[in-house]
Design a protein around this ligand. Structure first.
Ligand code: URP
Ligand code: ZN
Ligand code: ZN
Ligand code: ZN
Length: 466
């Protein structure tokens, strides 16, 4: 007996059609009009949109940062994702300097074991290739790829913690190019930013607002340009994470016009929040919006939306990296350098993208599907995910485009004591979610079992170019 989703409108990245969808076991068994209902349990999707479950390729669950650990673990973080319509996340395993990638992988798999509630995968953040010529680290990259970790993260920011130099970045890119693996880049010039940060603190500028002012759009644009140039030399495909502003976007577009393999995402927060509105420099509350790259001036939002429309930006993710305001953000009460960087967003990604993207006419429902699930699956090598099609995993989202929903920390599943979108009312929300054929969210409420999520092994396909 399967589950027959009847009378809905199926939205693919390429078009929307009236069709029923039959889920059998963990897969989609049929898509078509008037499928036979006998022997199946029927879900009435009249008035609803039937879409592939969202894929958020940028989360940080249970991650140590700045002397604390991000507030959502794999249980709360993946439940929040599912309630927000996301059925797969790709999180980051962080290699500690002086330690192996294998150790990082083991640590992150242990964090997820028995806790992950939806399917998940990992990027490996490389900070060290080992002694000498880096032979041992490069060999480990091969092992990672053979185990389904087909993307590597490189930080050009956070000196002395995660930042790598250009030489290490170049070596990783050469190897990644040879392996068809993807290089995910946090593009900010960390060295220059650190100098500005120290100068601001010396002038007594320690409030959260100065975190944003210390990290200019030029520092992001420079690193975006440099990483793309090095990738071109190395023969690698780059994926710029959390691209936040028009200066960086210009570098991306130049590279794409030259035919380079440069892909990029932006995150929900950069599309709808701004330094003028959320971080005007008036209060400590602004620590809620301290993340990196920081919020930008409002004038950057339209170019980002335009790039989502014209295809130069390929993905919308969240960079979900939650810290509680009361006892975690407060570590930096007197010094913005000590505020843990990151914000909670995995639960709200589809609501925000739908309300401000689709309802406003900036993007079509098809483009919404492409940006939030089909492109992420293709770029990150998850062949079974990201589409409503026969044989694919039955990760299915039933979306009610007419439903009004007011976002609030009081009702969210994320473990933070605040929401970045507190009190905002959006139109369009999750109704039901199936994960590999199992109903895990019913009428907006998590009903699945803890620990049911599975690790997804990903193919190395050079971001879809191979
Ligand atoms: O502020 C952020 N984004 N924290 C998470 C780490 C990163 O840079 O993505
Ligand atoms: Zn070690
Ligand atoms: Zn980052
Ligand atoms: Zn991040």
């Amino acid at each position: 007996m399967g589950v027959l989703i009847q009378h809905g409108t199926v939205v693919h990245a390429t078009g929307a059609v009236k069709a029923d969808v039959l889920l059998e076991g963990e897969s989609i068994a049929a898509v078509g009009l008037g499928l036979e209902a006998a022997g199946h349990s029927v879900v009435d999707a009249t008035g609803l949109l039937v879409m592939p479950g969202g894929i958020d390729v940028h989360t940080h669950l249970d991650m140590p940062f700045g002397g604390t650990v991000s507030a959502d673990d794999y249980r709360t973080g993946t439940i929040a994702a599912a309630v927000g319509g996301t059925t797969t996340v790709i999180d980051f395993a962080l290699q500690a300097k002086g330690h192996s990638m294998r150790e990082a992988l083991d640590i992150w798999l242990a964090k997820s074991r028995g806790k992950a509630c939806i399917d998940y995968s990992l990027h490996m953040a490389i900070t060290d290739l080992g002694p000498g010529d880096g032979h041992s680290g490069l060999k480990e990259m091969e092992e990672m790829v053979s185990e389904g970790i087909s993307s590597f993260k490189l930080f050009m920011a956070y000196p002395n913690v995660l930042m790598i130099d250009d030489g290490l970045m170049f070596r990783v890119m050469q190897k990644a190019g040879a392996l068809n693996a993807l290089c995910c880049i946090h593009a900010e010039n960390g060295s220059a930013i650190d100098i500005v940060v120290e100068q601001m603190v010396a002038e007594g500028k320690t409030a959260p607002h100065y975190h944003a002012l210390s990290r200019s759009t030029k520092a992001e644009a420079e690193a975006t340009h440099r990483s793309i140039a090095l990738a071109e030399m190395a023969g690698a495909t780059v994926y710029i994470v959390h691209l936040s502003n028009e200066d960086a976007l210009r570098e991306l577009k130049h590279a794409q016009e030259r035919g380079l393999r440069a892909i990029a995402e932006t995150c929900t927060q950069y599309l709808v929040l701004s330094i003028e509105e959320q971080m005007p420099g008036k209060s400590w509350e602004e620590a809620k919006y301290v993340f990196t790259p920081p919020l930008r001036e409002k004038k950057n939002q339209e170019p980002l939306w335009g790039a989502l429309e014209d295809g130069s930006l390929a993905v919308v993710s969240t960079d979900h990296c939650p810290f509680r305001f009361a006892d975690q953000k407060s570590l930096g009460k007197d010094d913005f350098r000590k505020i843990p960087n990151g914000g909670p967003g995995v639960e709200n990604r589809l609501q925000i993208l739908w309300h401000f993207g689709v309802n406003s006419g900036r993007i079509t429902p098809e483009r919404f599907v492409e940006l939030s699930c089909t492109a992420p699956a293709r770029i990150f090598g998850m062949a079974n995910k990201g589409e409503i099609a026969v044989g694919k995993d039955a990760d299915v989202l039933l979306w009610d485009p007419a439903k009004d929903y007011t976002i609030s920390a009081a009702t969210q599943c994320m473990a933070t004591d605040y929401s970045m979108f507190e009190g905002w009312t959006v139109k369009g929300n999750v109704k039901h979610v199936f994960s590999r054929g199992e109903l895990v969210v019913e009428d907006g409420t998590w009903v699945g079992e803890t620990g049911r999520g599975r690790f997804v092994k990903r193919k190395a396909n050079a971001g879809g170019y191979a």
